[in-house]
Every structure is written in C-alpha cells, then in structure tokens.
Write a protein that binds this ligand. Structure first.
Ligand code: ZN
Length: 163
C-alpha cells in the first residue's frame, strides 16, 4: 500500500521531473530511500543532451552499486515519477535494490504519448515485474496522474516544436 510517507517521496520525484522538464529534459525524477527512511540520493532525467540512457532510475542503481553494501540494498525503496523502463528495471534487479513505487505506469505513458501524437519509444514498455520477477512494485497512484500527464503533454509539444 502507498502511505503518507510514500506520497511525500513520490511528490519529490515529481518535483525532480518538473526540474528536468524546465531544463529541456524528459519529465522523470526518482528518489532512493534507505530502509530507515533516509533519502540517500535523487536524480532526474538528463536525456536532453542526446544520450537517451540518462534515466534517473539507472543513475540511482549505479549510485547504489557504488555506495551501498549489498546487504543494505534490498531494504531500500526507489520512488519514481514513471515506472522503470526495461533498461532501468534490469539495472535495479542486477544491483539488488528493493521495492519500487511509481506514480505513473509505463502503460499510462504509452497511452498518453499516443494521445499527444508523439513518436513511440524504440524500446517496448514492459511492466517491471516482467523484467525483475518477485520484486515488490506499487503504482500507479491515481491522484498524481493529472499532474504527470500534463508534464508529458508539455514535453511532447516542446519536442514537436523543436523538430
Ligand atoms: Zn529507464
């Protein structure tokens, strides 16, 4: 279940997504939280420079690999504005991190992008559980959907305007 504390971290992930959007990157943000509730690291999408692997969930998995003991990783939670893509889900699984809580699902994003007339992603939107079996995954969170959809609408419009 998504509780008050989860919502607080998800709202921070959405703030980071908005920062990314304002900087010309795709609107995604993520927060890594230890089992005792400490925020360990956070990041946002940085794909605007042309490297389309610069996803925040991937960055946090690598942060965990470099900075966390293997024994501490399963107790940590990654909060993220959008469900992990297969690349990031795989990185999360390889590093051995724990629960994922996302605000919007990959399925929602695919549907929204189709509504906006955006080009489809070159990578299939698989649910996290298909990439990392056995992981605790929670989302989507309906009360954050409108804000998230609006950020993605704006990003699609800006991409189209850039050509
Ligand atoms: Zn990703």
């Amino acid at each position: 279940m998504v509780d008050h504390t989860d919502l607080k971290h998800l709202r921070r992930a959405l703030e980071l997504a908005r920062e990314a959007l304002e900087a010309g990157d795709a609107p995604f943000g993520s927060v890594l939280v230890a089992s005792d509730g400490t925020v360990l690291a956070e990041d946002r999408n940085r794909t605007g420079g042309g490297d389309r692997t610069r996803h925040p969930e991937f960055a946090l998995a690598r942060w965990a690999a470099e900075n966390m003991k293997p024994a501490d990783r399963p107790g940590a939670t990654v909060y993220t504005s959008g469900e992990h893509c297969p690349m990031c889900a795989a990185a999360h699984g390889f590093v051995g991190l724990g629960r994922i809580v996302y605000a919007g699902s990959s399925g929602q994003l695919v549907a929204w992008r189709a509504d906006f007339g955006a080009a489809p992603s070159p990578v299939r939107a698989l649910p996290i559980r298909e990439v990392v079996p056995g992981l605790t995954v929670e989302g989507p969170v309906p009360e954050l959907a409108d804000e998230l959809r609006e950020m993605h609408r704006r990003y699609s419009a800006e991409l189209a305007a850039r050509g």
